[in-house]
Write a protein that binds this ligand. Structure first.
Ligand SMILES: O=P(O)(O)OC[C@H]1O[C@H](OP(=O)(O)OP(=O)(O)O)[C@H](O)[C@@H]1O
Ligand SMILES: Nc1ncnc2[nH]cnc12
Length: 227
């Protein structure tokens, strides 16, 4: 286990967010160009990002050939790095008047609840089809490896709530886009989407209807599948 992890991490270290400063206006300009990823997260040089990226394992060709799987389960084994993730998001969102944190099944269920509790917001699970009782609305979307659908309980959201969407990772942005649609259909205002990992090559930001995307780390050699 230890040997495999060390080899895989060496093959694909994460890039960190070093040396950039940016005004809010410039950041918003880049959002519209679909380019906002980790380099604009305002944490350049923060040593917590290296701890987070070091704790994420990369598995080539999982679950399908050609996919570099960003495995956050190893981050969960490291309570210091896991806490850094929660702390960074809590610091960012605690004064933004967010009343609702929506977490995407399955891995958004890991990061969303501690953040919701810490900022005094409710947590809403966005679930895969057929899992939620009661009245649900649903949205279909495309993934890096297939199609899927997300559902949300309509009665969980009140009109004009301010929402944050949390997931572990953004690739194509299909999942976050479906999440935004569900929340907006129920009358919420989506303030931002936040993920631990972003895969910039998929330009997921372009699908988010102009909503800001906040990402902590991104793989530096994601395109290199010649392992
Ligand atoms: O930006 P996208 O291209 O939409 O991809 C990102 C989504 O893919 C992964 O979940 P997955 O659909 O594999 O579901 P799981 O967490 O239930 O395995 C990941 O946890 C995100 O939710
Ligand atoms: N490369 C990847 N690693 C982990 N989860 C993902 N979801 C979509 N693409 C992924």
């Amino acid at each position: 286990m230890i040997t495999i992890r060390a080899i895989i991490n060496t093959a694909n270290p994460f890039s960190l967010l070093l040396g950039h400063t940016q005004t809010q206006t410039q950041a918003h300009a880049r959002v519209s160009e679909c380019e906002m990823f980790a380099v604009e997260n305002g944490l350049q040089g923060d040593p917590r990002l290296k701890a987070i990226s070091d704790a994420i394992r990369v598995i080539p060709h999982f679950p399908k050939t050609g996919i570099m799987f960003q495995d956050i389960t190893t981050l969960l084994l490291d309570p210091v790095a896991f806490k850094h993730v929660v702390d960074i998001f809590v610091d960012r969102y605690k004064h933004m008047n967010i009343s609702l944190v929506a977490g995407v099944e399955a891995r958004g269920f890991i990061f969303g609840p501690p953040i919701a509790l810490a900022i005094g917001a409710k947590f809403i699970p966005l679930r895969k089809p057929g899992k939620l009782p009661g009245k649900v609305i649903s949205e279909e979307y495309e993934l890096e490896y297939g199609r899927d659908r997300l559902e949300m309980s309509v009665e969980a959201v009140k009109a004009d709530e301010r929402a944050l969407v949390i997931d572990d990772l953004v690739a194509t942005g299909g999942t976050l886009s479906a999440s935004i649609s569900l929340l907006e259909r129920a009358g919420a205002e989506v303030v931002e989407c936040a993920c631990v990992v972003g895969l910039p090559k998929f330009k997921g930001q372009c699908k988010l209807k102009g909503k800001p995307l906040y990402v902590l780390v991104e793989p530096s050699q994601f395109d290199d599948l010649t392992l």
